[in-house]
Design a protein around this ligand. Structure first.
Ligand code: FES
Length: 85
């Protein structure tokens, strides 16, 4: 068992199973398995998942469409939300 997405605890076998079920894009896998949606926002797994998609679908890795990057959520102090006037 090889864990690919450590944030969401998703294995290579789970990813390959979903690809074989018809989920053929990073966005499909993101929606069904939550890969790339963990704390690191895909920094730890995105390239590995692209390689798996490339291998399983027999397409060049450059043709694997990457999901949209979202800015990371950062905590702010509660008083930053209070009107100070
Ligand atoms: S390792 Fe996949 S979201 Fe962090």
């Amino acid at each position: 068992m090889k864990i690919i997405c450590r944030c969401e605890d998703i294995t290579e076998e789970e990813i390959v199973q979903k690809i074989n079920e018809g989920y053929h894009t990073m966005d499909d896998l993101k929606r069904i398995l939550r890969v790339t949606m963990g704390l690191c926002q895909g920094k730890g797994c995105r390239k590995h998942i692209a390689k798996i998609l490339s291998r399983e679908l027999n397409i060049p890795i450059k043709d694997v469409v990457q999901p949209t990057y979202r800015p990371p959520v950062k905590p702010i102090p509660i008083n930053a939300t209070v009107d100070k006037e």
